[in-house]
Design a protein around this ligand. Sequence first.
Ligand code: LMR
Length: 397
Amino acid sequence: MFSQLQPVATDPILGLMAAYQQDSNPNKIDLGVGVYKDEQGHTAVLKCVKKAEAMRLAKEDSKTYIGMAGDLGFNQHIEKLAFGAEHPALLAGRLTTAHTPGGTGALRVAAEFIKRANPDATIWVTTPTWANHISLFQAAGLKVKEYSYYDYDTKGLLEEQMFAELAQVQPGDVVLVHACCHNPSGLDLTFAQWQRFTALAKERGFTPLVDMAYQGFGAGLDEDAAGLRHLAAEVEEMILCSSCSKNFGLYRERIGACTLLAASQSIAETSRSVLLSVVRSIYSMPPAHGAIIVSHILDSQELTALWHQELAEMRNRINDYRQLIVDKFAAEGIQQDFSFITRQHGMFSFLGISKEQIECLKSEFSIYMVGSSRVSIAGLNHSNIDYFAKSVATVLK
Ligand code: LMR
């Protein structure tokens, strides 16, 4: 049976991570995977996480199963973090959450849930979108279509095209929208564009699926959720997939959540039963560690304050580098306008350079970025930014 298999191409993001690790050039720079690195190029465990882990070690008295929905305390916290503690949908009991193995796990659970609710649903994703979205939804048996989003020429939103295409979406279909820090372009919807999206979702009767992997990396925890909060206050139903990989630095603990917003509390309860049966049929129940760490942090005012501070440090460092890249490029005599980098949000920016230039940066200079020219800005620091700017200037000549 196995001999019938054909090899599958390496994942464009994770394959790059492996290639970088094997590169022996001491000047190599990893701008590939969306992982935060500090000024020393290190992905450190957050201090608030270390403290919460010490608490967990002291308090934990059982390793029994935690159930299909995962940690219930975590689920409550994550709803408040995403929607705000006073959100009408939360107060009305219309939300239900299962904690999942990472944000990817949340998306896969959402996909299987959609398939149960409407086997004929098409899911619409932005062009471009996170490299794993399309294959993940197709693997769950959903039809996938793309809608216009990023304008490679103006580096802005293809707004009229996007809304014209979404106006064709059928009731019962699902439209994926990035909550903030659009992956890969860094281009986010303005609040007015969220309002327009919300009005269209109501008019067309499609279900929004909001993917929020970077809450707190754009403008702040509340600011980054403002669009989805507005949407959730207006529509009857939506799905939110969130992740604690980036904002809590818990990447390898695989901790995320799938939250459903239903039209009423009773529909939310029925939807929950379907959600849990989806979970049971895939992985039965999620791992506990990451969720309990997040719960310990959010249960404690002191640890929450420390987390806010550490998250702000990560966000501010990335934002400082946005300006620094533009300045260093100018200092290297690059004529092309890269000022758009300062207008993008979150972990990533699209440089907008050619495939050949990206390949040359990798083969000649050991600078690794995703083939779309997506760079993970946190890979830059004071020791490598000059080498990066000089190398880009060389390949652009
Ligand atoms: C990324 O886009 O780099 C991250 O979300 C990591 C991943 O799993 O692809």
